[in-house]
Ligand binder design. Structure first.
Ligand code: NAD
Length: 482
């Protein structure tokens, strides 16, 4: 089995105490890689390397053009190693290989986009009547700790790392313990691309009482960017507040997907399938609450059920597989299946799906699952399942569906399907969500703000929103006339 160490100060190293952990492929349920298992000392080493690289190394001082060239070189190397990177995520968490390849392409784009964006973005100048002018200078913030989840291991890590680096910061990245491999390959490639030592460090290990908590408590850290569960986000925000460190939190979701009577049904069914069964629903943006206007309800459900049952289920390494026969881990499988017990359904019924009952019944998979007739207070409607389980509910009026969609502690995203322009504008304006997709899903412009309201997060990233977080904006006021 290949070994993956921490990457600290430009070197791939073992843990101080020599500890390792296996990375388990959830489809085979066998370990497929051995990974360094870090602790507090390894976290401290990584922060010290990033601190030194920031305080006295070339990276924050070399200017945008040179950083841009190095970031593009890394993107080139990622493209050369795209198969290896994609396969790592597929082994680590069971994502279908076609989707993992898509994630790699998007990760490459994260680097290219932010490398160019940081160089091209202008700052503000304020001519003053008093014979002065003021301008904004965006200084790098310092040492950034990035903590990422297991559902898009490479893509969500690079979404943080790329803007942080492009703006001149140094980074310590802690991937989720279940998905350590792709970002280790990334850090190896960064060394090859010519990153100075200590600029991008990767340290492996668990969250609580381990590497994660040690990183968030370290007083030498200047920014913490976190993606993961809402409960973990609250713990991290509390840790950050003790050192007055700004945090960006991208947390859970319970996306509402609203289909009006006048929607293009082919399009709506297509996106309703994608939004909950892509990556087996292990997506913060999943459209896990489907609201169908009464006039199309029955026809939609017939088409939707048929489309869910037609998804090609199988080995995630097979390019023909559309839906992985394994969720990300045994622990996650247990969590998702617990939502299908009678108490969680609250009287709702499973229209299609549920646990596998064939030759895969001893695996960690759940079929594409559609639930109907669940009351609004059922756990399956209220809580984030983070699996391939959607609850379909009929509605009559626009006011009714807006109230249902907004009746959640989350507010990450929502989808609206209608051919009526006024309905689209009115409803998207009324929804409590960081992103609303109209007649589509998952389409991103990296200049646009990304984040959530309520328990879905704090702050926004993307384009100049990432700049706000990863820099210290400084006002410089100059006298022009005496
Ligand atoms: P998680 O919160 O369990 O873990 C995320 C990361 O935090 C991991 O690296 C973990 O090791 C670390 N961690 C855990 N406890 C910690 C602590 N006390 N201190 C420091 N680090 C700690 O989340 P997960 O199960 O990996 O990911 C799934 C969750 O992520 C879902 O809720 C999902 O909605 C959310 N998510 C949100 C977005 C978004 O952009 N809003 C994107 C993807 C996933």
């Amino acid at each position: 089995m290949e070994y993956f160490g921490h990457v600290i100060d430009g070197q791939e190293v073992a843990s101080v105490d020599g500890a390792t952990m296996p990375s388990v492929d959830p489809y085979t349920r066998e370990p497929w890689a051995t990974v360094a298992l870090g602790g507090a000392e390894d976290a401290a080493r990584a922060v010290a390397a990033a601190r030194a690289a920031f305080d006295s190394g070339p990276w924050p001082r070399m200017g945008f053009e040179k950083r841009q060239a190095i970031l593009h070189r890394l993107a080139d190397l990622m493209e050369e190693h795209a198969d290896e990177l994609a396969l790592a995520d597929t082994h680590d968490m069971g994502k279908p290989i076609t989707q993992a390849r898509h994630d790699v392409a998007r990760s490459v784009w994260n680097f290219r986009f932010f490398a160019d964006h940081a160089r091209m973005t202008s700052s503000e100048a304020y001519p003053m009547d008093s014979g002065h002018h003021a301008f904004t200078q965006y200084d790098p913030a310092g040492v950034v700790v990035a903590i990422s989840p297991w559902n898009f291991p490479l893509m969500l890590s690079t979404w943080k790392v790329a803007p942080a680096l492009a703006w001149g910061n140094t980074v310590v990245l802690k991937p989720a313990e279940d998905t350590p491999v792709s970002v280790t390959i990334l850090a190896r490639l960064a060394v090859e691309a010519g990153f100075p030592p200590g600029v991008l460090n990767v340290v492996h290990g668990y969250g609580p009482d381990s590497v994660g908590s040690a990183l968030t408590a370290n007083p030498d850290v200047d920014r913490i960017t976190f993606t993961g569960e809402s409960g973990t986000g609250k713990i991290i925000a509390a840790a950050a507040s003790r050192n007055l460190v700004p945090v960006s939190l991208e947390l859970g979701g319970k996306g509402a997907n609203i289909v009006f009577d006048d929607a293009d049904l082919d399009n709506a069914v297509h996106w309703a399938i994608e939004s909950i069964f892509r990556n087996a629903g292990q997506v913060c943006l999943a459209g896990s609450r489907l609201y169908l206007q009464r006039g199309i309800h029955d026809e939609f459900m017939a088409r939707y059920t048929a489309a869910a049952e037609a998804l090609v289920v199988g080995d995630p390494k097979d390019p023909a597989t559309q839906f992985s026969a394994a969720l990300a881990s045994e622990e996650h499988f247990r969590k998702v299946t617990a939502f299908l017990d009678e108490a969680s359904l609250g009287g709702g019924r499973v229209v299609t799906g549920g646990r596998f009952t064939d030759d895969r019944s001893d695996g960690w998979g759940v079929r594409p699952t559609i639930v109907a007739d669940a009351p609004e207070d059922a756990r399956v409607v209220r809580e984030e399942i983070f699996g391939p389980v959607v609850v379909a509910t009929p509605f009559d009026t626009e006011d009714e569906v807006v109230a249902l969609a907004n009746d959640t502690r989350y507010g990450l995203n929502a989808m609206v399907f209608t051919e009526n322009l006024s309905t689209a504008h009115r409803v998207s304006g009324r929804l409590k969500a960081g992103t609303v997709w109209v007649n589509c899903f998952f389409i991103r412009d990296l200049r646009a703000p990304f984040g959530g309201v309520g328990d879905s997060g704090v702050g926004r990233e993307g384009g100049t929103f990432s700049r706000e977080f990863f820099t210290e904006p400084k006002a410089v006021v100059m006298q022009i006339t005496r």
